[in-house]
Every structure is written in structure tokens, then in C-alpha cells.
Design a protein around this ligand. Sequence first.
Ligand SMILES: Cc1cc2nc3c(=O)[nH]c(=O)nc-3n(C[C@H](O)[C@H](O)[C@H](O)COP(=O)(O)OP(=O)(O)OC[C@H]3O[C@@H](n4cnc5c(N)ncnc54)[C@H](O)[C@@H]3O)c2cc1C
Length: 380
Amino acid sequence: MASSNRTFDLAVIGCGIVGAACARAGTRAGLRTIIVEGSLAGGGATAAGMGHIVVMDGSEAQLALTLYSRRLWQQLIPELPEAAEYRSCGTLWIAEHEAELELARRKQAKLAGQGVACEILDARQLMEAEPCLRPGLAGALRVPDDGVLYPPIAAQWLWQQAQNAGAVMRSGAIVTRIQEQAIHVAGGDRIQAGAIIVAAGSQGAELIPEIPLRPRKGHLLITDRYPGFLRHQVVELGYLQRAHAGTESSVSFNLQPRATGQVLIGSSRQYSHDRAVEPDVLSRMLARAQSYVPRLGDLRGLRAWTGFRAATPDDLPCIGPLPNRPHIFAALGHEGLGITTSLGTAELLLAQMLGAEAPIPAGPFQPARFFIETSPAGHA
Ligand SMILES: Cc1cc2nc3c(=O)[nH]c(=O)nc-3n(C[C@H](O)[C@H](O)[C@H](O)COP(=O)(O)OP(=O)(O)OC[C@H]3O[C@@H](n4cnc5c(N)ncnc54)[C@H](O)[C@@H]3O)c2cc1C
């Protein structure tokens, strides 16, 4: 355990995958780093997530961050432990009918324009690529360099890397308050640090209330082992539209092959604080999945669970300094992409902290966009 009267260059609050990646980047930059975790390292949303490392094109900024982050994961593959279960299985974006295939072509043009390898599969090529799908689907966009991993082990490994480079952890310590260069821990301790990164997941708004985070609940279900049943991460093309339709609750078809031969079935989205698995949401989600993969009904489900994505109003994370407190940095609001974007977040944040050139444009991710300017008294 770290002694609280030491002074650090960097204190990271939260040891989910984002905090662990930030601690690793901090130690790699030579910063004396402490990470303060209130519960279990890698146990928050990170333990609940699906682990799809994916390029997403919901916006230009999202595309830049996911593509950059996927590149960083690819560079790490040779070092990742086998237990992290990284598999370069690729993504199949499924087009149900001809109109969706046209969307797939547009998506292909957009991704290819950024140098992302991808190809259109027609109906026959799709059935050859993924025989468990129902016949009659129009085709798919295949993105071969996307991958999957097991998030809690990946997060622990990132933290281990930081620790090997000298970082220390204060575990079981809940941060109650942050100041410009100090954090206060429940029980009365105060830890001083030159810079602070708040990577507290969906609880981040308790420390930085200006950032409007809402917990977005998701359901997942994992099956028994069926090696060879599924080859790719398979997602319906309308996933982004369904997921962010603004409706109370939505379900989308999203299947993942695990290294163990298990099939991970997702996913749902609803604004909620209630951790309970909801049978009606789960059965809607499974019905959606089965409409694409009829034989799913023959597989034995082992366990269902829920997790909370930290959602911002504009679906982009906050990665940068607070406007009025330049030594405090946010690494928050990663919604359904924090496993993918953890590495890019860490590099983008460290570049801003150290005044280095940002690897991608940092503007769209600035927390300042959520801070309402109050004009001086007497001015409109
Ligand atoms: C169902 C589901 C599926 C998903 N699928 C994917 C996917 O396929 N691909 C992808 O890229 N992403 C996916 N995600 C998103 C991803 O899981 C999250 O974006 C990511 O895990 C967020 O990591 P984090 O480190 O920010 O937060 P967390 O993992 O929640 O970690 C935050 C940590 O901070 C600690 N903490 C909080 N408050 C305090 C405090 N005051 N003091 C001390 N410690 C504190 C918590 O204990 C926790 O350990 C999915 C999420 C869900 C729910």
C-alpha cells in the first residue's frame, strides 16, 4: 500500500481499463504514479464489457479515436498474456436487406478512406464466412483487423505493466473529493500529486459534477462452449442507429466468439441505475439475436449479467483538462467503447498533460464543452 504522505507526479482515480491504461502511460512517461481504486481493479464496467476492439464511425472524432486505439492494441498483441484471450477475428457488419447493403457500401467507402482494410461480402460469401447465420441476408461488411479480448485480464495486465515500472496502488480507498493538486480519500487521508486523472467510470460525475454522465445499462449472456460455432464478431449494421436511437430501451444483435468456444450474446441499452437482470429485456435481446442466428436457441446459456456504460450527451468521451482546474484531467464517458479506446485515451491525455503533440485532434473530446460559462455579474 502506498504511503499517503508521499507526493506523486500523477494520481489516477479508478483502476478500470481506462485508469490502468493511463497509469501505464504515466509511468512510461517517467511520472511517479499512484492509482487509487475504491473497489476491485478491473471490476467496474470493465468486468462487464464485451471486449470488442472495433473501429466505429459514428462521428469523425469517434473514428479517429477508435482507429488510433485499435492500432495501439495491435502493437501490444505480441506482449499480451494468453489469458487476455486476444483474437483477431474481425467484424462482420450484417446487412439484412438490399437497403442496408447500400449502407454497408457507404461505410466501406468511409473506412477505406481512412486506410481501414474492409470488404463487402455478398449473400453467398457471407454464408461461407459465417455459416450459423440464417439464409436470406443480403451481405455484410467485413473488417478483418478488428478483434476481441477479455477485458478484466487486459486491464489487470495494463496495471501490472504500470506497477512493474514503479506505479503504486492504493486499493479499497474511495476518493471523496478532488482539489487542484490533491485528492481526499474516505477516512481522512490526502494524497498530493502534480496532476490528477479522474478515470472513475460511471461514478466520475460524483467527482466532476459538471460532466453530465448517465449510466447506460447493458445486458449480456454467455453460453456454454461450442468451438467453431461462430468465427467473427457479428453485429447488425443498424447497431449504431438502434443503440443510440434515444428510445427508453433498445436491443441490438451483437455476437462474439470467445477464445473458450463460448458465444457472448449482446446487447441492450437503457438508462438505469438498477443492476438487476431484467427478463423481458433479456428475452427481447435473445429474440433479436435468434432472428439472425436461429440455432442460438439450441445453445445452453450459462450466465447473464448487466453492466453500466458511462454515457455523455454527445456520445464522445471527455479526455482532457478541466477548464478551470488545469491540473485535473478527465478520462470519462467512454460509453460502449472504453475497452477499445482505453489505450488511445491514455496517450491523448498524456500528450495534453505534457504539452506534447496530440496523436489525434483533441478538440472534440475536451471536457470544457460541458462546462457552462457563467458571465461576470452585471453582464448578460
Ligand atoms: C454490456 C457492455 C458491453 C460493452 N462492450 C464493449 C465492447 O465490446 N468494446 C468496448 O470497447 N467497450 C465495451 N463496453 C464499454 C466498456 O466496458 C467501458 O467503456 C469501459 O470498461 C470503461 O472503463 P473505465 O475504466 O472508464 O470504467 P470502469 O471499468 O467502471 O472503472 C472505473 C473504476 O473506478 C473506480 N472508482 C469509481 N469511483 C471511485 C472513487 N470515488 N474512488 C476510487 N475509485 C473509484 C471503480 O471502482 C472502478 O474500478 C461495454 C460495456 C457494457 C456495459
